[in-house]
Design a binder for this molecule. Structure first.
Ligand SMILES: Nc1nc2c(ncn2[C@@H]2O[C@H](COP(=O)(O)OP(=O)(O)OP(=O)(O)O)[C@@H](O)[C@H]2O)c(=O)[nH]1
Length: 572
């Protein structure tokens, strides 16, 4: 693109897109990091919230049993009394999570229990009983043994599992009277856990695991079973902690763990692991990226359009000025310049071009007018020159007194005629010459004066001119002698006929103050044998002389040399 508009579009559009890509890329990276951090924090918060909830709930149940062990009717009253059983049943009714509560004699025999279950049976071997004789005890989860067939089965077919709580019952002196124990449903714990994960955004995919101190999965059930089958459901962690991106069964998760922080339950050594599938954790990132790309594309389109419009806005006045300059060149007139050229610099350029065009056109107009003047002057001078040449030509070729051809002009024409005669030889047309001399002219001068003589000569010239054709050449030969060149004659008789016509016309004419006059005329034709004009003229002059000699007022033809002896040499 070599046009200004193309280059501007490219630069502005490229710049805008580069800035967009840089800003968009930077914002996208920052936002992605923020979102990733926020997702990791959400997973971590879930693990901590679950651990804290479980710890507090276990602690509450532990205190419940401890308080029960200190209740007066157990410290002082008989443990197998109906009153004791009523107290157990009330506790069980208050707490759904308790599957069974019982009072056990120091030897392990169940003295009283909620619902009367296991009364009389021995739990001497149970860990909760053994530990409960000494202290407040919270036990790890385990499958139900004695109660498994006595309690209703769980709805989802899950095996009945319990967490045991127990505490010693001592009398006022601190002697052991028995042990109070309870089995809490395991699904109470898992329901607590689920209540935390359910608080997360729907579709977030966050769930939580409970892992005991030996690395065994306690929950969820499916993982527990898979682990029991020997599957590697938990990854080998280099740090030993579930933190950050962790693989579970070949699938990537964002995970975080928290330990139960409770005085008694801490003994359980449980770890709560919250985890979220990585692809779900990164979904907001992907959504954001997609939105950024879409927004970026939209912004790119808008910026490109803006760049094109801006380039057009900048280049248009320049293009307009170029068009105007072209119009000045082709139309040779002042065009209309745009009023609003846009930027200050362009307005300056427009004004400068305007004044330049005005001055150029003015100069051109002046030049044209000067040219026209010069042409008229040249034409006038040419006409003057032509007139001067004509006058000069007239002066050079005409006799000043009579206006007839002078001797010089006659000689030139005689030479031409002689040359033509030579070229066409005897077979072509002939050229004749008349020499005319006024008879006894001297007496005219003598009798009437020189001016009268001149007037006679002028009248004779006019008479001569009137007697010959326009193609004939009448000339003043000298003094009172005239000559006529007759070109293109059929023969000598034609020349004689013209001479006779002249002689007769003079004879008939009346010359004012002089009267009548006559002329003698010598006639001769040009001959190819004539060496020059002189020979021809001399021959004609001889004919004139002969006419004078013969008595004047006569025409004498002098034959050409080659034909001198021929019959056409005659005189009239
Ligand atoms: N007025 C006037 N007279 C001229 C001019 N040129 C010659 N003449 C006169 O013409 C006369 C010529 O005379 P001549 O040649 O002697 O002979 P002519 O009197 O004509 O007699 P012929 O020729 O024998 O018939 C002279 O008197 C010249 O002075 C001229 O230009 N003007």
């Amino acid at each position: 693109m070599s046009s200004l508009r193309g280059q501007l579009s490219l630069v502005l559009g490229g710049l805008a897109l580069a800035i967009l890509a840089l800003v968009g890329g930077y914002l996208g990276r920052v936002a992605t990091q923020e979102l990733y951090t926020a997702q990791a924090a959400a997973v971590r918060a879930t693990a901590q919230a679950a651990a804290e909830l479980l710890a507090s709930q276990l602690r509450d149940r532990e205190r419940e049993i401890e308080l029960l062990s200190h209740s007066p009717h157990l410290v002082e009253g008989p443990l197998d009394a109906q009153q004791a059983r009523d107290a157990l049943d009330r506790r069980k009714a208050l707490h759904d999570e308790f599957a069974w509560l019982g009072l056990v004699a120091p030897d392990g025999t169940v003295l009283q229990a909620s619902g009367g279950l296991l009364v009389g049976r021995s739990v001497a071997q149970r860990e909760w009983f053994i530990a409960g004789r000494e202290r407040v005890y919270v036990g790890d989860v385990h499958d139900a043994k004695l109660l498994v067939n006595l309690l209703p089965a769980l709805p989802d077919g899950e095996p009945t599992r319990f967490i045991d709580f127990s505490a010693p019952i001592r009398d006022a002196e601190g002697r052991l009277r028995g042990v109070v124990g309870t089995h809490a449903h395991w699904h109470w714990v898992t329901a607590l856990l689920d209540s935390v994960t359910r608080r997360q955004q729907p579709g977030s995919g966050i769930d939580a695991l409970i892992i005991d101190r030996h690395g065994r999965v306690l929950y969820p059930e499916a993982m527990k079973l898979a682990q029991a089958r020997g599957d590697a459901v938990l990854p080998q962690l280099p740090t030993g902690r579930f933190e950050g991106e962790v693989q579970f069964g070949g699938k990537a998760y964002l995970a975080s763990e928290a330990s139960l922080q409770a005085r008694t339950s801490a003994e359980l050594g449980w770890r709560i692991v919250a985890r979220q599938p990585l692809d779900q954790a990164m979904r907001p990132v992907r959504d954001l990226t997609r939105e950024l790309v879409l927004l970026g594309a939209l912004a790119a389109a808008v910026l490109t359009l803006a760049a094109l419009l801006l380039a057009r806005r900048i280049s248009r006045p320049v293009e307009q000025l170029a068009d105007i300059a072209e119009r000045v060149r082709t139309e040779r007139r002042m065009p209309e310049f745009p009023q609003d050229a846009g930027a200050h610099e362009l307005a300056r350029l427009s004004q400068a071009m305007q004044s330049m065009a005005r001055s150029l056109l003015a100069t051109e107009r002046e030049l044209q007018q000067a040219n026209l003047g010069l042409e008229a002057q040249v034409q006038q001078r040419t006409l003057q020159l032509q007139a001067a040449n004509a006058a000069l030509e007239h002066l050079a070729t005409r006799d000043p007194l009579t206006g007839l051809h002078n001797r010089r002009s006659l000689d030139a024409r005689l030479a031409d005629a002689l040359a033509l005669g030579r070229r066409y030889g005897h077979g072509g047309r002939v050229h004749g010459l008349l020499l005319i001399d006024v008879d006894l002219f001297k007496s005219v001068n003598d009798d009437h004066g020189h001016a009268a003589g001149d007037a006679v000569l002028r009248q004779l010239a006019a008479l001569l001119q009137a007697s010959v054709r326009t193609t004939d050449v009448a000339a003043r030969f000298g003094g009172e002698e005239f000559a006529v060149l007759l070109p293109e004659l059929a023969g000598p008789q034609e020349a004689v006929r013209v001479a006779e016509k002249i002689r007769g016309a003079v004879q008939e004419a009346v010359f004012p103050a002089v009267g009548r006059l006559t002329v003698s005329i010598g006639v001769s034709l040009a001959s190819p044998q004539d060496a020059d004009v002189r020979q021809w003229v001399e021959r004609t002059d001889e004919a004139l002389y002969a006419a004078k000699r013969g008595g004047r007022n006569a025409v004498v033809l002098r034959a050409r040399p080659a034909l001198e002896l021929a019959a056409d040499a005659q005189s009239i």
